[in-house]
Design a protein around this ligand. Structure first.
Ligand code: FES
Ligand code: FES
Length: 127
């Protein structure tokens, strides 16, 4: 199966790979796995007092499409509010990366990871 140029670009030059301090109250961490293939994605966001995402990092143990999806969403999330980030849909990711049908679940993983990271951040804030 051929990967699109955009997938290859993100795979070869992944943006924002790394780790934020999960204990930091301004950091939300989302860790999700894909039942379809067993891949795992960790996505972290650092949110300022206005609810704007200032930084985002990811680490993905998975295929090229999963790595590209998480790399792409870290770029998309920076500068957005957490409410806006939650609106990012896997269909937009799949469209941007031109993912074939068998790789759609890789973009779903990225959407799930965003939601998990935002939820973790909100839970920390309310506790
Ligand atoms: Fe697991 Fe994609 S199927 S790496
Ligand atoms: Fe499973 Fe990509 S996340 S094949």
């Amino acid at each position: 199966m051929a990967y699109s140029d955009k997938v290859i670009d993100h795979y070869e030059n992944p943006r924002n790979v790394g780790k934020l301090d999960a204990e930091d109250p301004s950091v939300g961490t989302g860790m999700v796995g894909a039942p379809a293939c067993g891949d795992v994605m960790r996505l972290q966001i650092k949110v300022n007092d206005e609810g704007v995402i200032e930084d985002a990092k990811f680490k993905t143990y998975g295929c090229g499409s999963a790595i590209a999806s998480s790399s792409l969403v870290t770029e998309w999330m920076k500068g957005r509010t957490i409410d806006e980030a939650e609106q990012i849909k896997n269909t937009s990711i799949a469209e941007e990366l031109e993912l074939p049908p068998v790789k759609i679940h890789c973009s779903v993983l990225a959407e799930d990871a965003i939601k998990a990271a935002v939820t973790d951040y909100r839970n920390k804030r309310s506790s």
